[in-house]
Design a binder for this molecule. Structure first.
Ligand code: MN
Length: 715
């Protein structure tokens, strides 16, 4: 078991001036809170954070990383709190340890893992806003894999599968190939024990032959390099087991048929020497076409640099070779981590930390970026990722745009879930529907058969799907309402003319009428009646050219409904969601801009606008109600009736009328009634622009001598 002194030796080995105080304190604290805890192996729990810290020191990371490694399990597994860690070790360590704890708490379910592996990897990378969180998580996983044998068979398989699906690819993206290889080999051993031991025994049987072969090839290379005075180090080694297995499986080969299970590496001092060595190798053995890769000229995004080539060797076999400098070899061993190390005695660099999200696309897309600007742009997009990753209650991962809400999530699951959504829980707590989802949240949606979308949702949803589904629902609702209203209106109107609307519905005449009005089908026609754009009478005229009762009907109608402002292009009222509709005002309550108003769809004559408090409006059926509002851009005057109660004196009427005119209002009509002795009620209908205007007129009248009361009244 590694001891704290070994770790301190490692750190001072690569960074002699390191401030070791924080390492000491982290060690003492970790030992105290983990005291009494035992691992499945029977070792004290402390051995685990020590090993993890040791791996981080092997990667030559800064003291903050190593200290965080010592503390990485204290929040999850002991009574320690983030507040306590913060007080003792500061913001940076608290942030990293909390980040590792959050990753551990993600509710990944093993059944869906392989399918969702890419989403999970992205999610892990998106959640770690400090690269060191990922490095610690990898070190943690590496040590857990080394001690996996103490778990049950079932648990071993689950953890091994997760490691090969999630963590090994992350290590590869970071360019830390030795961690990737060890994680894959260990997982392979637990997941396919038979295949694994077959390959191990093949390699062992092959060892004697193999070692002879390695020496032969090495001596050929050495000789050639010496002839040209190239100082170099030549290494030959077996590829790791899992890569041999993958090669056998993918190309359907037997072990004996896999020739290039041994790879060679030539390490030189300078870059020109690497190219020179490549030329010499190609003159020695015939290169395999298209197998040459120049990662020195075009480094991988994770900083990896080498020349790769494959040649036909001395026995007609394929040989894979890599040429690189010592410096490149160091980077290849620790990957991106090399850039956070103390190799030049520099402290952990903030700027470097900001460049880390390139890891997200490192390996896969590296060939796609030729241009450095384009590359930087892609790094930026990854850094400020526009996506959040959340879980369903069953542990499936869904990705949504940043700022998305539970409503967006509900529509993503299914349109019906969205349409019937009534509430949401995030991480077990009820949240408002406009809650902004965060990566790692588990989201649960409540639905009800009676639930339905609200127009307000359009103010906060972020996905196109949610937006279009909500709009669609509203449209269908409005159309359904218009159709049922239109049908009712038609039935009644047709009855008046002794016609049966429902019988005529499927008649040729009706088809013609539909075509004539320019509609696709009868429902669109009926809906437009409901909207008030077409009157049932217009339809009747199309079907029966001369209906007899027409005139009588119209006059009767006008008596009931009131003044129709047909001629005017705009009435100053907007019906929400409907353009081009006939508007008229209730005679009963005479709405004026500024009054709260409501609209009622009237039979065949568009929408009648009433004041909200109007008794007639209150009596009308709510399903005919439609939202309307004043259009403030329209300058127009509106009639309103007022009553002025005053003493009956000479000149009173003249005083009142002149005050009305002085305030810019026209008098439309006037009359007076005497009430008892000396009291007179004068009634005026005046034209005003809005309620403000009316108020001004009324208060001007109130100032006249001997006025008792002035008020607006219903017509
Ligand atoms: Mn751990």
């Amino acid at each position: 078991m590694i001891r704290i002194n070994d770790i301190i030796d490692k750190i001072t080995g690569y960074f002699p001036e390191a401030d070791l105080d924080i390492i000491d304190r982290a060690y003492i604290y970790s030992a105290r809170v983990h005291d009494g805890q035992v691992r499945l192996s029977g070792e004290p729990y402390l051995s685990h954070p020590l090993e993890v810290a040791g791996i981080l020191a092997d990667m030559k990371l800064d003291v903050i990383s190593v200290a965080s490694g010592l503390l990485h399990d204290v929040i999850e597994d002991t009574h320690a709190t983030p507040e306590e860690i913060n007080a003792m070790f500061g913001d940076e360590i608290t942030h990293i340890v909390s980040g590792v704890t959050k990753l551990s708490a993600l509710p990944f379910s093993s059944s869906s893992q392989a399918r969702q592996a890419e989403s999970i990897r992205k999610m892990i990378l998106a959640m770690a806003d400090d690269i060191r969180v990922i490095l610690i998580k990898l070190a943690d996983r590496l040590h857990n894999m080394r001690t996996l044998k103490f778990h049950s068979e079932k648990k071993r398989r689950k953890i091994a599968q997760e490691t090969i699906d999630i963590y090994a690819p992350i290590a590869a993206r970071l360019g830390i190939y030795w961690i990737k290889e060890e994680l894959e080999d260990t997982s392979f051993m637990y997941l396919q024990p038979e295949e694994f031991s077959k390959i191990v025994s093949h390699v062992n049987q092959d060892k004697k032959e193999g070692e002879k072969y390695i020496e032969t090839v090495k001596s050929f290379i050495k000789k050639k390099m010496d002839e040209h005075n190239l100082k170099c180090e030549v290494l030959g080694r077996y590829k790791y087991f899992y890569s041999i297995y993958k090669k056998m499986a993918s190309q359907n080969l037997e072990f004996e048929e896999v020739y290039d299970i041994i790879a060679f590496r030539i390490i030189l001092d300078t870059i020109p020497q690497c190219y020179e060595a490549l030329g010499l190798i190609h003159s020695l053995w015939k290169p395999v076409a298209k197998k040459f890769k120049d990662y020195i000229g075009v480094p991988k995004l994770n900083m990896y640099q080498s020349l790769h080539t494959t040649v036909i060797g001395p026995f007609g076999e394929r040989i894979e070779l890599q040429m690189r400098t010592h410096e490149m070899d160091k980077v290849a061993k620790s990957g991106i981590a090399a850039h956070w190390s103390y190799k030049e005695g520099r402290r952990f660099d903030e700027k470097m930390n900001k460049t880390f999200p390139w890891i997200q696309d490192l390996v896969e897309h590296q060939e796609d970026f030729g241009d450095p600007d384009e590359f930087l742009e892609n790094v930026r997009i990854d850094l400020f990722s526009d996506e959040v990753y959340v879980f369903t209650p069953r542990g499936e991962i869904k990705s949504l745009p940043r700022g998305a809400t539970p409503v967006d999530f509900a529509y993503l699951i299914h349109t019906e879930v969205g349409n019937q959504c009534t509430g949401a829980k995030v991480n077990g707590r009820i949240v408002p529907l406009q809650y902004e989802l965060k990566t790692g949240d588990t989201v649960e949606i409540f639905t009800s058969k009676k639930g339905h979308p609200s127009k307000d949702w359009l103010n906060f949803v972020k996905t196109v799907k949610a937006r279009s589904r909500i709009r669609q629902w509203i449209k269908i609702q409005e159309k359904e309402r218009s159709i049922s209203l239109g049908r009712e209106m038609c039935e009644k109107a047709f009855r008046k003319y002794r016609l049966n609307f429902n019988t005529l519905l499927k008649s040729e005449e009706m088809d013609k009428a539909v075509e004539n009005f320019g509609f696709k089908n009868i429902y669109d026609l009926i809906a437009s009646v409901g909207y008030g754009k077409i009157t049932p009478l217009q339809i009747i005229r199309k079907i029966t050219p001369k209906p007899e009762e027409e005139k009588e009907h119209e006059s009767l109608f006008n008596k009931i409904v009131g003044r129709v402002r047909k001629k005017r292009p705009s009435t100053g009222v907007v019906v929400k969601g409907v353009d081009d509709i006939l508007i008229k005002f209730g005679k009963c309550c005479q709405p004026v801009p500024g009054d709260p108003i409501t609209g009622y769809i009237t039979r065949g004559y568009g929408v009648t606008v009433h004041r909200k408090r109007c008794v007639n409006a209150l009596k009308m059926s709510p399903e005919r109600q439609i939202d309307v509002e004043w259009n403030v851009d329209i300058k127009e005057t509106y009639p309103v009736k007022i009553r002025v109660r005053s003493y009956d004196r000479v000149g009173m009427l003249a005083d009142i009328t002149s005050n009305i005119s002085k305030n810019g209002a026209n008098i439309v009509s006037a009359n007076t009634e005497t009430r008892g002795s000396k009291i007179v009620d004068s009634y005026f209908t005046i034209a005003v622009e809005n309620t403000e205007h009316l108020k001004r007129v009324l208060s001007a009248i109130r100032k006249i001598k001997h006025i008792q009361e002035v008020k607006r009244i219903d017509a």
